[in-house]
Write a protein that binds this ligand. Structure first.
Ligand SMILES: CC(C)(COP(=O)(O)OP(=O)(O)OC[C@H]1O[C@@H](n2cnc3c(N)ncnc32)[C@H](O)[C@@H]1OP(=O)(O)O)[C@@H](O)C(=O)NCCC(=O)NCCS
Length: 204
């Protein structure tokens, strides 16, 4: 299991063209609850969680762990990005393909502006600099069209599709080279290859 704990954490806030990525703080609690209670956000993630339960269980400072980034736009929290060890309990997981898994949750009002692409690219750049050569894997439902498009823009290559939780799941991997030109700076101007057309990367 890739252990992110030895990494210098938190990093200095990462500034992109429009966003700031930083470690979580107490002021992010409301947004974290909103993300998990939102029916739109939860559509392909097993559904929203009851708000009352979240109010009870979300810690005062949520997501205090290496690899958990809060994404801020003009002082407002709009989403979170997680680089976590793969869950060994996940049905159909492919632990051998890479030990670190990317996850992302953005508030619906922040969808459609390229913020997720911009923020995930910065987080993946940070990860590639911190652990050069270490792959990152991604699971998403194929029905989650926005997430599928994001995976493609980020450069993930499809390894497999399988059924779990009663739905088709997409499993991909990214081997990012440190210093690789960020997709976020140019994704509006480029023709991106489809994830399935990118040469398949061997698992290791
Ligand atoms: C998955 C998710 C992060 C994608 O969000 P998103 O806003 O669609 O993703 P992007 O940041 O790539 O934005 C792309 C859109 O912004 C538009 N856009 C506008 N301005 C842009 C800019 N300056 N740069 C890039 N894209 C821009 C693009 O045209 C595209 O629009 P389209 O969807 O109409 O084609 C979001 O839907 C979400 O949080 N879903 C719920 C959580 C979830 O399912 N997570 C998956 C877990 S693995």
């Amino acid at each position: 299991m890739t252990d992110l704990r030895p990494l210098a954490w938190p990093p200095a806030p990462i500034k992109t063209e429009r966003l700031i990525l930083r470690e979580s703080e107490a002021r992010d609690r409301a947004a974290v609850i909103e993300l998990n209670a939102s029916p739109e956000v939860g559509t392909y993630l097993g559904g929203p969680r009851p708000r009352a339960e979240l109010e009870r269980t979300v810690p005062e400072v949520p997501g205090r762990r290496p690899g958990f980034f809060v994404v801020e736009l003009d002082g407002t929290t709009i989403g979170t990005i997680q680089l976590d060890p793969q869950d060994p309990e996940r049905p159909g997981n492919r632990l051998e393909a890479g030990e670190t898994e990317l996850g992302y949750l953005f508030l619906p009002e922040a969808w459609g502006y390229g913020y997720a692409t911009e923020a995930c690219t910065a987080a993946l750049d940070w990860f590639a600099d911190a652990l050069p050569g270490e792959p990152v894997v991604l699971y998403t439902q194929t029905a989650n069209v926005r997430s599928m498009r994001l995976a493609e823009k980020l450069g993930f290559s499809e390894l497999e599709r399988f059924t779990a939780y009663g739905a088709e799941q997409w499993f991909g991997v990214l081997h990012k080279i440190p210093g690789w030109q960020s997709a976020a700076t140019s994704c509006k101007d480029r023709e991106w290859p489809s994830a399935t057309s990118v040469a398949r990367t061997t698992t290791s």
